[in-house]
Each structure stands twice: as structure tokens, then as C-alpha cells.
Design a protein around this ligand. Sequence first.
Ligand SMILES: Nc1nc2c(ncn2[C@@H]2O[C@H](COP(=O)(O)OP(=O)(O)O)[C@@H](O)[C@H]2O)c(=O)[nH]1
Ligand SMILES: [Mg+2]
Ligand SMILES: [Zn+2]
Length: 299
Amino acid sequence: MPTAQAQVIATYSRRMRLRLADDTEVEARIKGKKLKPVCGDYVTAEPIDNEGEWLITGICDRENALARPNMRGKVEVLAANVDLLIVVAAAAPEPDWFILDRYLAAAENMRVDSVVVFNKTDLVTGDVETTKALGDYAQSGYPVLLCSAETESGIEELNQVIRDQTAIIVGQSGVGKSSIINVLMGGQTQRTKEISTKTGEGKHTTVNSMMLDLPEGGRIIDSPGVRDYAPALDSIPAVVMGFREIEKAGHDCRFANCRHLREPGCAVKSGVENDIISARRYESYRRLLFLTEKLDQRS
Ligand SMILES: Nc1nc2c(ncn2[C@@H]2O[C@H](COP(=O)(O)OP(=O)(O)O)[C@@H](O)[C@H]2O)c(=O)[nH]1
Ligand SMILES: [Mg+2]
Ligand SMILES: [Zn+2]
């Protein structure tokens, strides 16, 4: 049988579900230890003789990848070939805006669009800090959507932002990512398709991530097995690039290599002083810069 092109639509550790060109879905193993396909990857694969399963033999070039450092500090790729990052915060648990800023910084570096979603609006309205933070994102040019997976308000707007794109939904656990997907799926229960084990051990491996087709078009990737995280960036320019309003203002700094810390003639610092750049976003920038570069905090 010849090699076929397929897309990874769910991952369960080293086992994957593939969608073939004719839209059928098959289960697959991975050839060798070096290949690390992720959800969204296009791969080459071939059927294994006398088995229902397929073998992934290669990964096609990625258009982009959402990566994070794992426990051992190595970069781990979560998903590939996405068009839109949906970053979710909610009325509860208490938002950690720094996590949102880091996700948005990752999206900027991936050069994919992002949208900020504030969920559980049925629980609370008018929190001053939340209103300010969401206003900061809107001022930086991010679409901000308020919604409730409970009452379903705002979900249709999110559907329209996704349109026919492939989106990945991220954010602290408990903010309602899976609930939002359930509503987007039109109430179809989002059953985690489990991979049957050939050996019949009866153990179900937990899903790492999966891509779902939305009834009104587009696709969405959920990563239920993934703990809270935010990607690290590997250089000062990458961090600057991650904050679009800081990147933009930085063109007017006196020095081309300005880090926007204590350099004279820094347009970013004066932007913060004049309230044109959010002091909270600027503080996130500094924190991420220090994490990235292990710079001296006093600089
Ligand atoms: N009141 C309220 N609760 C919600 C809403 N969306 C999700 N939840 C609840 O928040 C909890 C976590 O939701 P879940 O979708 O599992 O969050 P995830 O970890 O981000 O996938 C569940 O108990 C949901 O029922 C909402 O819009 N309003
Ligand atoms: Mg979930
Ligand atoms: Zn500067």
C-alpha cells in the first residue's frame, strides 16, 4: 500500500487518530522514537499489514506550532498549523492576566491571530480590574468577547470569529474551555474518543489534545490533559514582538536595541507614563523579559 497524507486530529501519548484524505479516521502508531507528531500536523502514513492501524512515517513542514517548555525545560509542541488562538479568562477562577499576556505573546511570535474571551459573565459583571484588563487588550487591537457557556450569550459571536479557521483554545483550567466547545458543538456531547488498546489491557489512555469539527464550519483544538502553562520566549526581540503596543512604540526609542527598561529616550517608558501603554501590560513585558533573559531585576 502506498504512503498517504493524513492529519493528526487527536493524540494520546504515542498513539494518534488520523484523518485521511477521503475523510475516514484511523488509529495510528508512530515509526521510531524521534518523530513527535502533534494535533494539527500533516503526516505521511501507511497502513500496517493485517492490522487496522496505520504507521506514521513522517511529519510535513509546519506552518506554525504552539510550544511550551516541559517539566525538564525542553520545548514541547502542543499543536501545529493553527489559524487562531482563543485565550480564555473567566469571572472564576480569578484571572491571571500574566498567563493571558504570555499566550498572546506566543501568538504574536507564531504570527497567528488571537482573540480574548472572558467567560462566565453570568457570575459577575463590573469588576474594576477585569474591566481595565479587558480594555487594555481591546486598546492593543485584540478582539475581546464576553460570553457565558452557561447562558450561551456571546457564543454565536465567537462562532463568527472562528468562521472556517482552525482555532486552539487555551487558558487556565476551570475557565470553561470545554464548556465553550460543547456549546459551539451545538450541544453534541463532546465524548472523548478513546483509543482501543490492541492488547486489551482495558486501560484507556487519556487524550492529550483533539481537534473537533464545528457544525457551522471551522475547527477547534482542546487540550484537556494540559496543565496551565504559558510559553517561554527565547530572546529579547521575541518578547518585544509579543507585546504589539510595546513593539510599535519601540520604533520611536532613541536606541534601536532599547530593551525599554531604563534606557534614555525610551518611547515605551514615556508611553507608560502618559497612560498610552497599560502599566499592567508593561509589567507583564518586564516579567517575561526577566524570565527569558534572566536579566538583573534591578536593571
Ligand atoms: N457559571 C458558569 N459556569 C461555567 C461557565 N462555563 C463553564 N462553567 C463551569 O466551570 C467549570 C469548569 O469548566 P470546564 O469547561 O471544565 O473548564 P476548562 O478546564 O477550561 O475546560 C465547570 O464546572 C463548568 O460547568 C459559565 O459560563 N458560567
Ligand atoms: Mg477542559
Ligand atoms: Zn525603549
